[in-house]
Design a protein around this ligand. Sequence first.
Ligand SMILES: [Zn+2]
Ligand SMILES: [Zn+2]
Length: 431
Amino acid sequence: MKAVLDHVGIAVRDLGAALAFYRDALGLEIEAPEEVATQRVRAHFIHAGESALELLEATAADSPIARYVDKRGPGLHHITLRVDDLAAALDQLKARGAKLIDDQPRPGAEGSLVAFIHPVSAHGVLVELKQAATHAPAARPSEPAPVRATRYALGDLELVSLHDGFFRLDGGGIFGIVPQPLWAPKAPPDSRNRVLLAMRPLVVRGVRTMLIDAGIGGKEADDARFNDLYAVDRSRNLDDTLAEAGLAPDDIDIVLASHLHLDHAGGFTVRDGSGRIRPRFPRARYVVRRGEWEDAMHPNARSRGSYLSNDLQALADAGVLELVSDDQTVMPGVRVRRTGGHTMHHQIAWIESAGRHAVFPADLLPTTAHLPDAWILGFDLYPMDTLAAKAAFAKEAEARDALVFLTHDPHVTAGRIVTDEGKRRFVPQLT
Ligand SMILES: [Zn+2]
Ligand SMILES: [Zn+2]
């Protein structure tokens, strides 16, 4: 495994006195502090070249840092090594019999994922392993998450986040009225001002097997203009991740559309050997909101570029289409709800099993950067409806402790929405 020294953690008793030394006497630059609620600690990072120092201040008497300082006094607490794939690193350590404090990654400071190794295995040093931040800070953009199938259990259901690769859209279209200096640190644009987006359809396995959305698909693979415009990267795609999930196209009983934009419904169809477009999932019925279908088949000047009407006609011709008009249960445990906003009939899927909840908000919350109220896709046809629907959705997701699947975030597959002091945060969950 490749690991680089990320930082050295120092437990402090008196933050003011510590700052008087590290900031004032040494003249080092200190970042704004960050709360790590799960550890009841406040972390103050100090830049030191490629690495950093981290001053750790307890925020409650039962914090592990408070106990450490009470027992041994302030001083060196841990070292942190940064790895690319924390889950793989933990597997490797377990296989070698290392004693771990955390055998699963958990949320750390600055949006990272962390796990601690016990000092008995690390020769007296507490070692923290860290996987880079999920929100890329301007200076340290993190690589997109790998294209793979990720499984989650939800009561009696299995949820598998699939992946259809990446594409890019203009930053203005992604962030609407938010000025570029505010969004660029969260989503660094390329030289053509385009922002990287993932496409993650979701499989729900219960009494039936359902696929929600299907990515952009491969029918435009030879269309140079299309690929240049959208920088489509499907070197690994839905076929690969379906296979990883142990599924063949024949296994899908229901395909559910959040809406019919090309990055969600392009993958509903394939081109066969004779060049004809046909349904990609031959046994499935395709459940689509009636209003969305009509808008997609009769687009206007503004919406036309977002739909592939020929593809959709192929579904109608094959007789696999099931148009629904109301919010309803599409299979046991999965209920659709119209949100509007992005398109007039955009819908999301709420999933429930054994009292546990998950939700696929599609383009109502495409990435973690879209959590704040005003961060709304410039593409949205009815942004004021998005504003209201997103606030209600976030409140409900938090109240239900729902696992939220992000269809377009290049770094984060799923996690939970939490509110701290009136500000929404996203806490990623690995599996
Ligand atoms: Zn869309
Ligand atoms: Zn989309």
